[in-house]
Design a protein around this ligand. Sequence first.
Ligand code: ZN
Length: 124
Amino acid sequence: MKSGKQRRAEIMEKRHARIPVKESFDVYVLPAPAGAILSNREVLRNNNTYGLLPLFYVDYAFNCRDCGCAQIWTGKQQKWWYEIMQGNINSVAIRCRPCRKVEQQRKKQAREAHLSGLAAKQKQ
Ligand SMILES: [Zn+2]
């Protein structure tokens, strides 16, 4: 009588003969939609992600978080953000340009207040 291990080897051999090995599916050869801006994945390599990198950038519609106005983050802006500015691959636009300027100003003031407070504390 054959052992379980031998029996299993036989079964697997038959199974491999019967079922052909699937060709590996390369998602990166899929065609991009019209008007999309192709990504340069060599530049995106710095993103330490297990997820797929974008194949292309398409215009992204969103409402500003602060004022609620409808905005479009264009594919060209996305390419600039991800590839030239090396922005995080999971980040997306959330504020319109005027609201972004206000937020940057608010953060700058908060940082200055924090650092001046820290400096005053360390002097004591
Ligand atoms: Zn806004």
